[in-house]
Design a protein around this ligand. Structure first.
Ligand code: OKP
Ligand code: ZN
Length: 346
């Protein structure tokens, strides 16, 4: 299986995130991808390639031009406010909630950041745009490899993407890599695409992007939003709207869920995808379901990831894997590569 990787991911290196009233060191660090890359090379799982370049249209297929323009210029606007800002990351602190207007972009930079985000846990740094764009190109390149006939491909990108919406960032995500890959498959003539999100956290951005569409099915297995981030989306009664009714499947599970129960949810998700009749599969591959993850609550073990890969292969679909979360930094490489190895060589 080919892996698409760009060293520019390391340009996104947040300093701190807001957590329970304190600024704590970021969990989403460059070393995460380094560990996956090292493990891929150790096991010789396939070529590691630079992504192709894609033009703006590949991004505007999912994200609004206004949001993309914000991402591309945010850092310069931040430093223009005060040259001393160059030493600090941008961290949002004010947002429009119910009753506020979101149709006017404020001039005040703090207000502008709030318009395009939804939490204070996602620092925007000097290198965020460069890294996120390179990561999106990895996702698009992986989709391109599958279109060219590869059975599967892996986008080893960061920052992650599944919390990012058409015009907002949050949950460590800026560009929705899985949605970009799915749309790229659609544009190239795949009639029906399924996105399966196995990250611990609900992929609210991906769900929102495709919620009213009948051509992209979204299935997600995640911590119950009543207690788990992102809290405000991901319930079982969210089944799609309008033409997309029936093309969204949420399988929330309680903290403490082990592999036996998780694997049952995987069967339910794959049954939904089979019934939908997908031509291709995009997997939002979050590794934060691991028992040792510092910010999550499931109990999956390292060997379980081999079984997951094996089961995904049995779905028999051309498959694009997109790296999402997973914050047990020392173990994330072995766990992620176990999925890919289980898929290719059970
Ligand atoms: C991103 B992805 C921890 C708070 C958690 C955000 C979690 C984002 C997860 N101190 N806040 O889905 O892995
Ligand atoms: Zn996650």
């Amino acid at each position: 299986m080919k892996t698409f990787y760009n060293h520019l991911h390391a340009q996104h290196q947040g300093k701190v995130e807001m957590f329970r009233g304190a600024l704590v060191p970021c969990f989403e660090v460059p070393a995460r991808a380094d560990h996956v890359l090292a493990e891929l090379q150790r096991r010789q799982l396939g070529a590691v390639l630079e992504p192709q370049a894609f033009d703006e249209a590949a991004l505007t297929a999912i994200h609004s031009p206004r949001y993309l323009n914000f991402l591309a210029t945010a850092w310069d606007q931040w430093v223009a406010l005060d040259a001393a800002n160059a030493d600090k990351d941008i961290l949002p602190s004010v947002w429009p909630t119910r009753t506020f207007r979101t149709d006017i972009e404020p001039d005040n930079f703090a207000a502008k950041v709030g318009l395009y985000s939804y939490d204070a846990g996602t620092p925007f740094t000097s290198g965020t745009w460069v890294a996120a764009r390179a990561g999106a190109h990895c996702a698009l390149s992986a989709a391109q490899a599958v279109l060219a006939g590869d059975r599967a491909a892996f986008a080893l990108s960061r920052p992650p993407g599944h919390h990012a919406g058409a015009d907002f960032f949050g949950g460590y995500c800026f560009l929705n890599n899985a949605a970009l890959a799915a749309q790229h498959l659609r544009n190239a003539g795949m009639h029906k695409v399924a996105v399966l999100d196995v990250d611990y956290h609900h992929g609210n951005g991906t769900q929102a992007i495709f919620y009213d569409r009948p051509d992209v099915y979204f299935a997600s297995i995640h911590g119950d939003p009543r207690t788990e981030y992102p809290f405000y989306l991901g319930h079982a009664d969210e089944t799609g709207s309008g033409a997309g009714w029936g093309a969204n499947l949420n399988l929330p599970l309680p903290r403490g869920t082990d592999y036996a129960s998780w694997a049952q949810a995987l069967e339910t998700a794959l049954a939904g995808i089979a019934k939908f009749g997908a031509d291709a599969l995009v997997v939002s591959l979050g590794m934060d379901t691991f028992e040792g993850d510092p910010i999550s609550g499931f109990k999956l073990k390292t060997d379980d990831y081999l079984r997951i890969g094996e089961r995904l292969a049995k779905a028999g679909l051309p498959t694009v894997f997109i790296f999402e979360g997973g914050y047990a930094v020392e173990e994330v490489g072995v766990n992620a590569v176990n999925v890919l190895q289980g898929f290719t060589n059970p």
